[in-house]
Design a protein around this ligand. Structure first.
Ligand SMILES: NC(=O)CCC(=O)C(=O)O
Length: 264
């Protein structure tokens, strides 16, 4: 299976409309890949909080339309990263969109863990409540977004739902780059799954982005890693490695659930 991670540069000197056109062209260029992955909130930037409201779209908004078209023109599965979605009730969500090669929406995922503690996404957006998996021809994809990477229980839930390949769009800052790579490898090793983690490059809202998108195999080995700038990271991997690893080293079968917890 061939995956291309598009590590898009999100800088404020480019308009959202222009970036949307540029990214659609980049997706079209990936014809021949099986799966193309975009980062989190690449229209606005994950830290450009003011843009969440001004650039929010209905689910089937301009980014949806452009990405559905690009997926069908390239004939690829497209995890189109996430957009600031405005629900009809007015609530904003950080929503990922997944398109099939015919341009149909295969799934959407509202980010469950919102980043920012008492500001930014954590107060401006609503929280998703549903785990999402998508059956691709050769693997079952489990979706998570950026800060979700810090919450192993979400990934265990995806494994229980059949996930073999985690796709994690992100807008991860350079300041915590060491966490990014470590957490991507940890989620891969503990769940014996592939991790395809696609971040942004550039600087927006004064926050330099880490780049360094990474693909990790079920043994925790890094198969490919991008540099700091805009880049297309293409990797070939065999999804059957997941079943092989889980058979040869069946640690997931040794889980002990429902342990009594001491009172804090
Ligand atoms: N956009 C995000 O979720 C940022 C997450 C982050 O910076 C971190 O977990 O550290």
């Amino acid at each position: 299976m061939r995956a291309s991670l598009l590590q898009v540069a999100v800088n404020e000197d480019e308009s959202v409309e222009s970036r949307r056109r540029r990214v659609a062209a980049l997706v079209r260029d990936q014809a021949g890949a099986d799966l193309v992955v975009l980062p989190e909130l690449w229209t606005t930037g994950a830290f450009a909080y003011e843009g969440f409201g001004t650039e929010a779209e209905p689910l089937e908004g301009p980014t949806y339309e452009a990405m559905a078209k690009a997926a069908s023109e390239a004939g690829v599965w497209l995890h189109a990263g996430s957009v600031p979605e405005r629900d009809p009730d007015g609530t904003l969500y950080n929503t990922s969109l997944v398109f099939s090669p015919s341009g149909e929406l295969a799934a959407s995922y509202r980010k469950i863990h919102r980043f920012g503690f008492d500001k930014g996404e954590a107060v401006l957006m609503g929280a998703g409540e549903k785990l999402v998996t998508v059956r691709l021809p050769d693997t079952v994809m489990g979706v998570a977004t950026c800060y979700d990477l810090r919450f192993p229980e979400l990934f265990r839930g995806l494994v229980d739902a059949g996930a073999e390949t985690f796709v994690v769009p992100a807008g991860w800052p350079e300041r915590r780059r060491a966490h990014w790579t470590l957490l991507a490898r940890a989620r891969a090793v503990e769940n014996q799954a592939f991790v395809l983690a696609c971040g942004t490059a550039g600087t927006h809202a004064g926050v330099p982005q880490a780049g360094h998108s990474v693909v990790v195999d079920p043994w925790g080995e890094v198969l490919a890693e991008a540099g700091p700038g805009e880049e297309v990271l293409t990797v070939d991997f065999d999804p059957a490695t997941v079943a092989g690893t889980r058979d040869r080293f069946p640690a997931l079968k040794d889980r002990v659930l429902g342990l009594d917890r001491p009172r804090p």
